[in-house]
Design a protein. Structure first.
Length: 205
């Protein structure tokens, strides 16, 4: 990376038909660490429109391997459905597995959770903060796609704060509390009490 190379760069885009609808996939690179991230866009919008977006952090186990230990796969599906139902929207898929600690450390953290630690304690026991994610590339992705105003699908106020600090204009929040299972209730309760996520407590009883 030379001093003139931008930290984040758009590389290419292509059609991506999916089970939910016909999206376009846009590939980006973070030159500071070589990480590759993607955005999926659906439909067309005016640059001043409020565009529904989901900022989704990679979860191999939930997104691709059908795990019910977390709610990620359910949220991913619901976000794509919501976007198609709305007629346009964007999914930013960030490759920050395990809230930024990586896949193998997430498996270590799951191992500790199998022994009784909660999701935050497990991270701390491994020497990590509870959440190491960085959302900086989101602003570049949204600018590249001519998205200036967003409705964000999330239950996580910290994500909203981080995006706001980056200059993303968040007009509204749409809750995305789908995918509560007997396997993930305790995890979701911990996210509510320790990480500030907004879940209806009745749904987690
Ligand atoms: N370290 C760690 N990461 C986890 C664990 N369970 C899920 N993850 C990761 O957490 C990330 C998703 O974060 P969540 O806290 O579920 O949700 P969020 O993206 O902050 O908030 P929402 O927008 O409301 O979904 C993904 O990268 C998952 O791989 C866990 O027990 N430990
Ligand atoms: Zn997950």
């Amino acid at each position: 990376m030379t001093s003139n190379t931008p930290k984040f760069e758009f590389i290419s885009q292509a059609k991506l038909p999916t089970r939910y609808g016909d999206f376009t996939i846009h590939g980006f690179i973070d030159h500071s660490n070589g990480q590759e991230h993607v955005a999926l866009s659906y439909g067309n919008w005016d640059p001043i429109a409020t565009v529904p977006i989901r900022v989704h952090s990679e979860c191999l186990t939930g997104d691709a391997l059908f795990s019910t230990r977390c709610d990620c796969g359910f949220q991913l599906e619901r976000a794509l459905e919501n976007i198609v139902e709305h007629g346009y929207g964007v999914l930013l898929y960030l490759r920050q597995e395990g809230r930024g600690i990586g896949l193998l450390n997430k498996i270590r953290a799951y191992n500790l959770q199998d022994q009784g630690y909660d999701t935050v304690e497990a991270n701390e026991h491994l020497g990590f903060d509870a959440d190491l994610r960085d959302y900086a590339i989101c602003k570049v992705m949204l600018d590249t796609l001519y998205v200036s105003n967003v409705e964000i699908m999330t239950n996580n106020p910290q994500k909203i704060q981080a995006l706001t600090d980056l200059g993303v204009n968040i007009i509204s929040r749409r809750p995305i509390d789908h995918g509560i299972t007997e396997d993930n209730k305790v995890y979701l309760r911990t996210k509510t009490t320790k990480l500030g996520h907004k879940f209806n407590p009745d749904s987690l009883k």
